[in-house]
Design a protein around this ligand. Sequence first.
Ligand code: ADP
Ligand code: GLC
Length: 478
Amino acid sequence: MRILHVASEVAPYSKTGGLADVLGALPKALAALGHDVTVVTPRYRSVDPERFGLARRLRGLAAPLGGDTVAVGVYEGQAASTPKVRVYLVDHKPSFDRDGIYGDANGDYADNARRFALLGSAALALAAEFGAWPDVVHGHDWQAGPAILFARRRWGGLPPPKTVFTIHNLAFQGLFPESVIDPLGLPREYYNPEGYEFYGQASYLKAGLTVADRLTTVSPRYAREIQTPEQGFGMDGVLRARAKVLTGILNGCDYDVWNPERDVQLPATYSAESLAGKRVCKAALQRELNLPVRADVPLCGSISRLTDQKGFDLILGALPTLLERDLQYVILGSGAPELESALSELAARHPRKLSVRIGYDEALAHRIEAGCDLYVMPSRFEPCGLNQMYSLRYGTPPIVRATGGLDDTIVDFDARSRSGTGFKFESYDVPSLTESWRRALVAYGNPDDFSALVKRCMAQDFSWTRSAEAYSRLYSQI
Ligand code: ADP
Ligand code: GLC
């Protein structure tokens, strides 16, 4: 089948979180199953055509928007992958040649409704232009809502494609005033409570949720959670009404990129059979972070967007007690200013135990996965979560809250039966996190238990093939 993915982030070109990783990996896995796969995404300022070896394909493609058309350029990505996935990057300087992806220091860009309507329109226009009209348009998150709507429009004599919409995070909804609809040419016939109208506004997320033929989200447990008022972000009713077409398909881990046996970002590589390289990574990481270089101290790590979602209020609550113990902890992240400053202040008071790096650093993220003994991810909610899967492969058992994809991917450690792949807690509170962190430290203190745990973690297989097969079956059904 010919599949057209539309997404606002695609690794390695642009990334703020796991969405990018998924779009860097799932298309390859679908192509390996024999599908013809195209990915369309914006060319942001950070995507330097030379550095990424992009080829200019078109200069003046006419993307319809409202009564008008917008002329966009198209670059083609040369990302190494066999079999080949085509990545087209939509080049429109006024919309995408900016420092941020979604916004800047002043918040979200005021014209995001227009920017992502343009992405959707350009995606279909270029598929038509290149004679690559899709059987299925697969949109990801609210930024692809307009692509799902525009797929319903007449494109010359071309047959309307089927549509799939994947929810990576229900918390972001792309809500805009009704006044955006006509200038952007969004179809009025779907602007109603059964469609993309949401309490008097236009919701790009709800466009995807109500208009697409099939809905998926990124783990089976999250698929159930979002149908409840507690975790539905106001969309639970809509999702219950569409429960028959909603499935949870777990994300995979791209072992081409996240694999300690051949990770070029690491000072030393390693495998489950030969873990000496992991010890080298740990010492190098301690040195890099100005922490005492000690093999015996448990080194914990987190890499994250600093948002309400990721459980940093729990971490801040648990740290004063935990920092009395003999441990080290590194946090790499950026996001909410109040979390950035609270974490940085705590680190300044505990320089030999806590290291906080504010910023976004892909290479350091790999070194943390490899150099740490334990990974900490106590999310309030987590549609899937990728870092816990990376941690498994890097032999860094994760401490997780039993929510969404974290619950679906991690089995709680049990010393007696020598089973489990991490440390899991249910209730979202400081004592529960502290207790599972303490259990992890106890396990770390028992070398036999811990090395067996590390080996179990590294043996887990979350490769993309199984997930790609599930998407493939879904495409076939429609
Ligand atoms: P989410 O998509 O909700 O942020 P995921 O666990 O699915 O969570 O994916 C997060 C991805 O973003 C991972 O690849 C992680 O390594 C990366 N990441 C998050 N914050 C940073 C950061 N500050 N520096 C480098 N990589 C980061
Ligand atoms: C979202 C979710 C995360 C998921 C990622 C990729 O950003 O927060 O849990 O892993 O999308 O699907």
